[in-house]
Design a protein around this ligand. Sequence first.
Ligand SMILES: C[S@@+](CC[C@H](N)C(=O)[O-])C[C@H]1O[C@@H](n2cnc3c(N)ncnc32)[C@H](O)[C@@H]1O
Length: 269
Amino acid sequence: MPSIEQNKKRWNTYYDWKDKGNEWSSSWGGVDIQWYGTILPRIHRFIPTGTILEIAPGYGRWTEFLKEYCEQLIIVDLSEKCIEECQKRFSSCSNITYLVNDGKSLDMIADESIDFVFSFDSLVHAEKEVINSYLQQLSTKLTKNGVGFIHHSNLGEYSNYYSLLGKILRPLPRGKEFLRRKYQITDNPHWRESSMTAKNFEQYAKDTNLQCINQEIINWGSKNLIDCLSTFTKNNSKWKSNNRIMRNNKFMREAKYLKELSKLYGNRC
Ligand SMILES: C[S@@+](CC[C@H](N)C(=O)[O-])C[C@H]1O[C@@H](n2cnc3c(N)ncnc32)[C@H](O)[C@@H]1O
């Protein structure tokens, strides 16, 4: 959980998208500052490049930036509505290919054609089977020195914590807020996939001749390190190295600091 069907229903049908996903950048003070302050420093070594694949772009919050860092950009999402909106939003760009998939297939992409694959704030909602499937295919879709940067769930590491908390808090609808505030209990798993972990990702990569070169396990909207940013490449790539793992419990502090700075240096409009 959440399944591909639940993702499709949510993002293609009942999510209102009235702020085009920009609302998820509010903890950073805006989309621009989140890109330049948080995302770009983590991927700058790999871009600009030839062909970028963005998995799950939504309404194009990161597509807006990625399109400037490559000759060709391919975007693939399971939601037709999202891809149609991206087509409208980027209608003046000639270097973007738009694809709708079934939530796990990359069949429509040529082998050894992708220099950089990117996904941020999307596959945190994907089951481990989906991540495994994407990784298996990426091992053939990436070029020799191709690299991936994928944001995914690490909630599985906390499965006991969240299920116990659920059992304790569910019968206490009125005491819930009180307990949350008094003990700073975080019981919101942010619709993260409960089976996925950083360790799973590392293993799935290994199983398919890819390797993680770094994994930053981060807190997201809570004290718990429920997410992970995994960077990976092929076994024989020039980027290959041992996996460096960092448990970063200051990720939301970074967002807070950038939000302060955004008052001076913030968004283009
Ligand atoms: C929370 S939105 C984020 C969109 C964008 N990455 C952003 O940050 O603004 C999640 C997006 O992921 C897409 N998505 C979810 N699961 C997917 C999957 N298994 N394969 C492709 N797209 C998926 C949804 O359709 C939706 O567009």
